[in-house]
Design a protein. Structure first.
Length: 284
């Protein structure tokens, strides 16, 4: 098919009330798994990398690999920078050919966040590349049991001001999700999410979707979520199968054999997620 703008994909999801999957990829195997899974549903898909992954794989390799796979794909494929933490990395990815940029200034105070995000948005949009930003603070559980803190949830009034002053294309709000593994069942504030949607009027992005049940995913889509990020579960599916295979086949030495089974497990997970995203949402 083609290597396309993330905006093209996300706006279609926004207008037609479904969500597009955005999957974190860390190597060629995961790139192939995600695209193949999307092809099973004839669904557009977004591949995304964090700055750490860019440094691991190399910027030019990442872009060239995704472009090559997109050119061979049956579905539209976009490449997104997830949690870009500096203006420099955002511009590097922009110039290299990423089709959307997230600049994450959520750790800054409100005004500093606006300054950083607006600077990135102006540079990116001048090149036709959309920008995502985060307002509020989405918790990160690195095994320490951290939970979502309501005091860090996104304020709808501030979200409206943030969108107007920065000119961003997509907003990632904090409404109860957590990056990583949930310590308990997620407690998502869908009423707040609806208020944010009404205040902003742009596509919303859900971070921390790994571990969220299908019903809550559908509810989130019904409340305005148009892009849903997956990372932890995808890594787990790949690495768990890799460990299983090497435990059973302890003398295995051919990466073409043990990587392919890990890739197939990751692909199955992608299929499971996309199947939910394309279903008619439950509107609260």
């Amino acid at each position: 098919m083609s290597f396309v703008s993330s905006k093209e994909i996300i706006l279609d999801a926004f207008e037609n009330r479904y969500a597009v999957g955005a999957f974190a990829v860390h190597n060629l195997e995961l790139m192939k798994a995600v695209i193949s899974g999307a092809e099973s549903f004839n669904s557009p898909v977004i591949l995304q990398t964090t700055p750490d992954t860019v440094r691991y794989m190399g910027l030019e390799y990442t872009v060239d690999a995704v472009k090559s796979l997109a050119g061979q794909s049956k579905v539209p494929v976009a490449l997104h920078l997830d949690h870009g933490d500096t203006f420099k990395i955002a511009m590097q990815c922009l110039r290299a050919g990423y089709t959307s940029i997230m600049i994450d200034g959520s750790s800054l105070d409100f005004e500093e966040n606006i300054v950083l995000v607006k600077k990135v948005a102006e540079a990116s949009q001048a090149m036709g590349v959309p920008v995502e930003a985060e307002l509020g603070a989405i918790a990160r559980n690195n095994g320490n049991g951290e939970k979502a803190d309501r005091s860090h949830f996104t304020n709808p009034s501030l979200a409206e001001e943030f969108v107007l002053r920065t000119g961003i294309d997509f907003l990632a709000p904090s409404f109860g999700t957590v990056h990583g593994i949930y310590a308990d069942e997620p407690d998502l504030d869908f009423h707040l999410l609806e208020k944010i949607r009404g205040a902003c009027g742009i596509p919303l992005v859900m971070h921390g979707a790994s571990g969220v049940c299908d019903e809550d995913i559908r509810k989130a889509i019904g409340c305005g979520i148009s892009k849903i990020n997956y990372s932890t579960e995808l890594k787990q599916a790949f690495s768990s199968e890799l460990r299983r295979y090497l435990t059973v086949h302890q003398k295995a030495s051919d990466p073409r054999k043990y990587f392919i089974t890990a890739r197939e497990c990751a692909e199955e997970l992608v299929k499971e997620k996309i199947a939910v995203l394309l279903q008619s949402p439950k509107v609260l």
